[in-house]
Write a protein that binds this ligand. Structure first.
Ligand SMILES: NC(=O)c1ccc[n+]([C@@H]2O[C@H](COP(=O)([O-])OP(=O)(O)OC[C@H]3O[C@@H](n4cnc5c(N)ncnc54)[C@H](OP(=O)(O)O)[C@@H]3O)[C@@H](O)[C@H]2O)c1
Length: 238
């Protein structure tokens, strides 16, 4: 049986990824930030032998260490780590307007450093897995070559940094037969903006289904650098 760990399973894309993996018969360690969020409990009740729920704050050394210790008795290898957790920060910022540096630091702390913190903590488990694959849910907003916005400083910088930490991890995993994939999930109808984004073109379930079809069912090439692709497999420029 394949094993995956998915972060950000409170709501949005994370639980949709966990549900799709369980539907494929995978064992899923689903991590949520807040125990007050129960969507993943309902999925765990539907797939009691496949989905277990864990608390995790990727911005905290202590929380990541606690997860690592609690996993020690439960699994000896991890085939797929999906770093899905993320926050948006300020969408109304700009160089001539407000720039909330404290919030920017928080966004970078979660989206870039938090992703690395968890991946690094689980490296031994990933090395022991059959796939040795880290799937980072990045964003087109992290592309420097395609940058068109004048704001969203924290989010765009954090996703560019997420892409870089992914490239560095790829350099460790690739010689071992593993890889990192940087994934743009599309514009997904989630609560990331603090309200349901009804302008989005994809439901979380459709995005998750496309992502996992692209990663697990198609023969993606392995290159010197991590693929930076969207949910349909289309390559994005760094
Ligand atoms: N939605 C889109 O159109 C879109 C586009 C491009 C990329 N993405 C990326 O897709 C990923 C999933 O986002 P989403 O759209 O599904 O939004 P979402 O519903 O807000 O999901 C984000 C998840 O991350 C969790 N989280 C936040 N801070 C965390 C922390 N410190 N530690 C652990 N978990 C934390 C959230 O928990 P709480 O909500 O309980 O705080 C939530 O479960 C993100 O990385 C996002 O950047 C989304």
């Amino acid at each position: 049986m394949f094993t995956a760990l998915v972060t950000g399973c409170d709501h949005g894309l994370g639980p949709a990824l966990a549900e799709n993996l369980a539907g494929r018969g995978w064992r899923v360690f689903a991590c949520r930030l807040s125990p007050a969020e129960h969507q993943i409990d309902e999925l765990s009740a539907r797939f009691p032998d496949l989905i277990s729920v864990h608390e995790l704050d990727i911005s905290s050394d202590e929380s990541v260490q606690h997860l690592k210790e609690s996993l020690a008795g439960q699994l000896s290898s991890l085939d797929l780590l999906i770093n899905c957790a993320g926050i948006l920060g300020d969408m109304e910022d700009g160089p001539d307007g407000r720039l909330n540096y404290a919030l920017m630091e928080q966004v970078i702390s979660v989206n870039a450093i938090g992703t690395l913190r968890l991946t690094a903590a689980l490296m031994d488990l990933i090395r022991s897995g059959t796939m040795k694959t880290v799937l980072n849910i990045s964003s087109e907003a992290g592309s420097i070559q395609d940058c068109w916005r004048t704001g969203w400083f924290g989010y765009c910088m954090s996703k560019a940094a997420n892409n870089m930490q992914g490239a560095l991890i790829h350099n460790t995993l690739r010689p071992l037969g593993g890889r990192v994939i940087q994934m743009h999930p599309g514009h997904v109808a989630t609560f990331m903006r603090g309200y349901l984004d009804t302008t989005a073109s994809l439901t979380p379930e459709k995005s998750a289904s496309n992502i996992l079809h692209t990663v697990l069912d198609t023969d993606l090439p392995v290159r010197d650098r991590p693929l930076f692709i969207d949910h349909s497999g289309k390559e994005l420029p760094y």
